[in-house]
Design a protein around this ligand. Structure first.
Ligand SMILES: Cc1ncc(COP(=O)(O)O)c(C=O)c1O
Length: 457
């Protein structure tokens, strides 16, 4: 009776990992009302800087009242429906994007398409760049939402570029090449490579060598590059964030075909902490992509009062300056709490310089080296330790034993409780004789290059 889309489960929400959410919803942690509840650590949300935005709103009461200079804009905003977006908002956005990139690039508002978050931005790009049954290559591990965003409604396929912990999960020419060959074997026409920079879930920025490799690959194979830079504003440590578009400019490729095959995705859901406002964007040098994506944005426009509010907020340079600096400081501090708490429990994180979470190595806690064992450990951590975290296999990691743990959606006190629970868990395990031999063997097997891991703070 229903369409194939309605009856197939490729959306991903029904995966076994939904169990974590279900358990959390049945028993959510509250410091006073439910101190034994499950702590939510899968939400990549920044809840550390609301006070800064709230204090700005208090100082600018006209904005929430939809007024400018005391005059109500209610009627014009209520009627506004142009999918090109409010010019003031687009101007504020391009300046803000440039600021995040150290003002090294100037963005043009006419190359920007507004979308209701990065989710529809990525999907829209797939609709613009590929036919159903064509493929994009994605480095693993990757954001689990991409299976929904890139594939579900578009019919596009994802072919993984398998990255490994042995080089800190960096892409190499051979992994790119292998993924391309794999697509050929599967009879899939490759239309592009999609990367997240900084990476989700690794939260590391791509280095120049990787970006150059990517650009050369896209030139050689005549494919697109989609760079999802949703975490670019969260970079709190060196090395600085470098966008692929910056390198293409540095290489003066303005007249080359590749210039029209680079597409950037951004959103205000992460560092600004307003995912509920649903604001995202595509930035592309390709006129046809911009025109088509703008037409498609009718299916997910940003409401005019949201555009009005954020245009005022983001064009206040003093605010953005202070907000970014302070938020990055707070993210770094919270990340350090997580890293040292985990280290105290004998667990290491991949060395990162951005983001709202860490990529955590728990391979030594697996009972054996398999995704089954990863799932077993994950269930234990959710149901017994009381921490809802994400298993690496949900991010398509090729190695069992990695986990993603979010830190910016909670207070320091809650994070402290989470770390105490983790320590109690690993203490109880290491005293168990049963795992000792297996543990030692596994540690030897996975003696990955230590400089990729956080040793010091
Ligand atoms: C890499 C990446 N892209 C896209 C999204 C979706 O973002 P939005 O809330 O703006 O739709 C997320 C959200 O976590 C993400 O991590």
């Amino acid at each position: 009776m229903l369409s194939r889309k309605a009856s197939c489960d490729s959306h991903g929400q029904d995966s076994s990992y939904f169990l974590g959410w279900q358990e959390y919803e049945k028993n959510p942690y509250h410091p006073v009302h439910n101190p034994a509840g499950i702590i939510q650590m899968v939400l990549a949300e920044n809840q550390l800087s609301f006070d800064i935005i709230e204090s700005w709103l208090q100082k600018n009461p006209d904005i929430l009242g939809l007024k400018r200079d005391g005059v109500s804009l209610f009627r014009s905003l209520a009627l506004f429906q142009d999918y090109h977006g409010l010019p003031d908002f687009k101007n504020a956005l391009v300046d803000y994007m440039a600021k995040i990139r150290g003002n090294k690039i100037k963005f043009a508002p006419n190359k920007l398409v507004l979308t209701a978050g990065a989710t529809p931005a990525n999907e829209t790009l797939m609709f613009c760049l590929a036919e159903p049954g064509e493929a994009f290559l994605l480095p693993t591990p990757y954001y689990p939402g991409f299976d929904r965003d890139l594939k579900w409604r578009t019919g596009v396929e994802i072919v993984p570029i398998h990255c490994s912990s042995s080089n800190g999960f960096r892409i190499t020419s051979s992994t790119l090449e292998q993924a391309y060959q794999q697509a050929q074997k599967l009879n899939l026409n490759v239309k592009g490579v999609l990367v997240t920079n900084p990476s989700h879930p690794l939260v590391i920025t791509m280095n120049r060598a990787e970006l150059n490799l990517l650009i050369d690959f896209a030139i050689d194979y005549n494919v697109h590059i989609v760079s999802d830079e949703i975490y670019s504003g969260t970079v709190f440590d060196s090395p600085k964030f470098v966008s692929v578009i910056e390198l293409v400019m540095e290489r003066k490729l303005y007249d080359a075909d590749i210039w029209n095959r680079i597409h950037i995705v951004y959103s205000l859901s992460k560092v600004l902490g307003v995912p509920g406002f649903r604001v995202g964007m595509i930035y592309s040098n390709n006129e046809t992509v911009v025109t088509t994506a703008t037409k498609m944005s009718s299916f997910g426009m940003v409401s005019s009062q949201t555009q009005f509010l954020l245009a005022s907020l983001l064009s206040d340079e003093k605010f953005t300056e202070k907000y970014m600096k302070e938020t990055q400081r707070r993210l770094k501090r919270q990340r350090e709490m997580l890293v040292s708490g985990l280290r105290n429990a004998g667990i290491q994180c991949l060395k990162s310089n951005a983001g709202l979470f860490c990529w955590v190595d728990m391979r030594h806690l697996l009972r054996w080296d398999s995704f089954e064992a990863e799932k077993e450990l994950w269930k234990k951590i959710v149901c017994e330790v009381g921490l809802n975290i994400s298993a690496g296999s949900s991010c398509h990691c090729s190695e069992p034993g990695w986990f993603r743990i979010c830190f910016a959606n909670m207070s320091q006190d809650t994070l402290r409780v989470a770390m105490q629970r983790m320590k109690a868990f690993t203490d109880s395990r290491s005293s168990a004789v049963e795992s000792a031999t297996v543990y030692r063997l596994r540690t030897l097997k996975h003696a990955a290059s230590p400089h990729y891991f956080l040793q010091d703070l």
